[in-house]
Write a protein that binds this ligand. Sequence first.
Ligand SMILES: [Ca+2]
Ligand SMILES: [Ca+2]
Ligand SMILES: [Ca+2]
Ligand SMILES: [Ca+2]
Length: 628
Amino acid sequence: MRKNYLLITSVAFMLASSVRLNAQSVGTRGVSATIHRVYEYCPAPGQFLNTMPEYEEGDTRESVRQKAEELLREGGTVSLGAFGGYVVFGFDHMVENRAGLYDLQILGNSYHADGGDARQGGSSEPALVFVSHDDNGNGVPDDKWYELAGSEYGKTGTWRDYTVTYHRTPQGHTPTPVPNSPVTDDTYIRWTDSEGGEGYLAMNAYHRQNYWPQWQRGEQTLTFTGVRLAPNTVDKNGDGSYFLQNTYAWGYADNQPNDSTSSKLDLEWAVDEDGNPANLPGIHFVKVQTAVLQSNGWIGESSTEVAGAVDLHLAGGAAPSMGENVMVLTFEDEDYRGEEYDYWSSLVDDRQYGGKLLYGEGGTGVYDEAEAYRWYDEGNTFLSSMLNNSWGSWAYWNGGIAVSNYVDSNLDNVPYTDQLAVFRKGAEAGRGEGGHGASDRFAVINGVDNTFASGGTDTRAVLAFGDGQARTIDHAYVALTTYFLSNIVNGSSFCTAATEETFVDLLAEGFDAKGQKTGTATLRLVDGLHHVQGWTWFDLSALGKVSSVKFNFSVSDDQKGAYGVNTPTYVAIDDIAVRMDGTGTGIYGIPGASVATDNERMYDLTGRLLRSARKGQIVIIGGRKVLF
Ligand SMILES: [Ca+2]
Ligand SMILES: [Ca+2]
Ligand SMILES: [Ca+2]
Ligand SMILES: [Ca+2]
């Protein structure tokens, strides 16, 4: 069978010279807006290895580092290779972290292409970005590193402390070509990982040089540890002819195009190893590390390119990182815009279960609607919520959204009476600092639609705009409660512990003013033995303008019983961001990312403009790789 290689988007080819964007020095205060020094260049194997920078006989780790430094200072591009490969570089000054503004941008060669779905697709080869402040002032990156928590932080597909070992191709290795394909060796470089997985980096006909860093050819294995993002590649036609890399929303390098706001980075996102905000005044050093491990047939493995970095405050690109007209419901007293001094605190019940606020004086709910537990973020997001009613009584067990400040890390035999505590690694049982960004308060959603089971009830919690206006909710942050997580990890008399087959999804169902459903947004909380870690970004923008949202859960069969879902449906939510003008630019500028390339022009694989192409030549037109 002859495959059609026409009009195929490439993952990993080079547009090196065409992306030499604006990384030149800016003369302000004698400092440079771009990379000053490369401290380490440690790529993993990959199809662009030994070509960018170019390896020459006799090169050492140090001479290759110098070449990478020269390239990056002059607006050139270096390849980091497959998963784990990295570069560490620095600026000649501190890149400031200014409140509410993007601060830093890593340039890459990502572009959007036709065929993308809700997640814009194209060539996205995301890398994690780590940053460091020169605490000891010695000008060397020997200080604490912080991770920029991007849109995939904490999600079930994001694996921390993931290790991959590449094994050097043995002497006398016999290539495994894929018939009628540019793949010349499908078993070229073997890798093994810390999860018991293994696979190969393939060699393709476009890149026939050695893919192993030649200055390290004496080494039999190369091992890298980092954060792995879920694979983002899609075989669009199902026959291996068109691979599309979905972009992740924000917070990575070589993921969104350089001209997209979503490629910019806010140092506010820096967190330590436990997910606590770093609160850095600024940074001096940056580490960029390839975060995906995936092969894409004939176009080879995904491998991040770095084409420079920019201090946006010096270069003049520091747009507001919170978007225009976005308000956030934080559940913090100081952010409340109404009259009451301690509004959100006053809504935290004095015990987690059976308290007066959520269950009434008698402990069985209140029977007068005027007394039902409710809240309203008046003058801010205008979001509101009220406990559900069942048989004339309003109580939290009927479903609702309760304000909380309880925090705990114990997962052994957590009783149902501990329903309002958010799980935070290492935290003592207590109150405060459990919310997103170590804030004091958040809310706990409880309820599920169990009407699929006989005898099951509908207790979905409702979030609604209290002023009757429909708006787009951009996103919220979600974390697990200790009660939920203890059941998932250890099981209980209600619910079995998760196995490889288990999943639990949080659903946000949008409704317009007429009660018509606008859509459903899904966040996977549990995926087999992986679960959400820390506060995790939940994109709600696809629901469009909504008057209300109902939260629901969808679970695998092992989590169901005679009355519906057995898993305790309690999940924490915080920092709910609303676009106030109905349209808005969206937080972090996610929507409206542009298509990067000019449809009229044709480039060769090194990015040179072409007037014509010869038969059999692969060129780039409109961001797509085309075989003539
Ligand atoms: Ca900032
Ligand atoms: Ca790239
Ligand atoms: Ca230092
Ligand atoms: Ca909060």
